[in-house]
Unconditional design. Structure first.
Ligand SMILES: *Cc1c(COP(=O)(O)O)cnc(C)c1O
Length: 365
């Protein structure tokens, strides 16, 4: 049945293809596939399924890791924000989650509550991003404190997160890597540094474990580089249908606040998608949209459930025709640019109203 409103087609074969791309960039690294935030809006369990060849998974929160365990995922799961409350420590032990330790409060929590089961911990070091992490000076003391807690608490590695890896020319990334390497020398612990941008652009970030997210979903992590040029395939195609075509006159103003005025008599299409579905309200006039395979410009304000399209470049279109907002044939990075944001935000913003349809059809790597 064809119904009114958008659908997000998720190509699980493209996910697998992009994991192979990760392996090509960082052949010596083990890979935690980052599937936090419902796999960047693609569906947590379906992404985990498609990415079963990863060496482990990384999520932001304990809750997300528990959802994976309850679905039967048995491999290593790293929780990037770690356990911040006693209940989470308990659950993390039960489910054998690996936890980032990013703050002294988490060490105190461990001290107060201990752990009934063995816990595997990654010390997260703030090497320059100043979001989460112990300073390099505090990390040494933390290691000793954790070591004194006995055999049930095991520090298994050191990690850090790069702030500006999307710009390979920024010297901060190499400085950050250098600070972690200096700390690690003599400790013999494995490191985890690279996110997508880091593992592609910064050789020092291809550490024992890497943590790619966005590149798995087929968007480019690097400023000024297309996903296609990195060998990545788009995973999500967001599409809907035309539900009206109006023949409007020169001078007619369109949509809320009438921000677009027709320069001549012209066909204007209305497609069933809006910010209530997660299409960005800030998409600029002229943002490209595919109608029946050809590009047409968005015009007027994005409404909650609808957008307007200038159909002059596609005069043969009809009500019911398919409209693609991003994905196959229209890179999400390009739409993100036109909306003043990043593809991460576009993917995560697709709302629960939009059904995700999964396919493995389109070949493999
Ligand atoms: C989200 C996240 C990643 C993945 O980053 P991408 O840019 O999507 O590759 C890696 N590490 C940490 C700590 C993160 O929070």
């Amino acid at each position: 049945m064809t119904t009114t409103g958008p659908e997000a087609l998720i190509d699980q074969a493209a996910l697998r293809h992009n994991l192979c791309a990760v392996r090509r960039f960082a052949p010596g690294s083990r890979v935690w596939a980052v599937i936090k935030a419902d796999a960047y809006g693609h569906g947590l369990l379906q992404a985990a399924d498609a990415l079963a060849d990863a060496d482990g998974f990384a999520v932001a929160r304990v809750k997300e890791a528990v959802a994976l365990r309850e679905a039967g995922v048995a491999r290593g799961i790293l929780v990037l924000e770690g356990a911040n409350f006693a209940d989470e420590l308990e659950v993390a032990g039960q489910h054998q989650l690996e936890l980032a330790v990013h703050h002294h409060s988490q060490i105190e929590l461990l001290h107060r509550h201990g752990s009934a089961r063995a816990l595997r911990l990654w010390i997260k070091v703030d090497t320059g991003m100043h979001r989460l992490g112990l300073t390099p000076e505090a990390a040494g003391a933390a290691l000793r404190q954790l070591h004194e807690m006995g055999p049930r608490v095991e520090v298994v590695g050191l990690m850090t997160h790069l702030a500006n890896a999307d710009d390979p020319a920024d010297p901060l990334s190499r400085e950050q890597c250098g600070r972690l390497l200096a700390l690690c020398s003599g400790l013999g612990l494995p490191l985890s540094i690279g996110n997508s941008a880091g593992l592609i652009a910064i050789p020092e970030a291809r550490s024992a474990w890497v943590r790619p997210g966005i590149m798995l979903y087929g968007a480019s992590p690097l400023q000024g580089r297309s996903a296609a040029s990195l060998g990545l395939r788009s995973v999500m195609t967001l599409k809907t249908r035309l539900i009206a075509i109006q023949q409007l006159q020169r001078g007619d103003r369109i949509g809320y606040s009438g921000t677009y005025t027709c320069p001549e008599e012209m066909p204007v299409g209305v497609a069933a998608i809006g910010y209530g579905d997660g299409y960005p309200r800030h998409a600029r006039q002229g943002t490209p949209v595919l109608v029946a395979g050809g590009r047409v410009p968005l015009i007027g304000r994005v409404s909650m459930d609808m957008i307007h399209l200038d159909l002059r470049p596609a005069p043969a279109t009809a009500i019911g025709d398919e409209v693609v907002l991003w994905g196959d044939g229209l890179p999400a990075d390009e739409i993100a640019e036109a909306a003043g944001t990043i593809a991460y935000d576009l993917f995560c913003a697709v709302t629960a109203r939009v059904p995700r349809l999964y396919s493995t059809r389109t070949g493999s790597s």
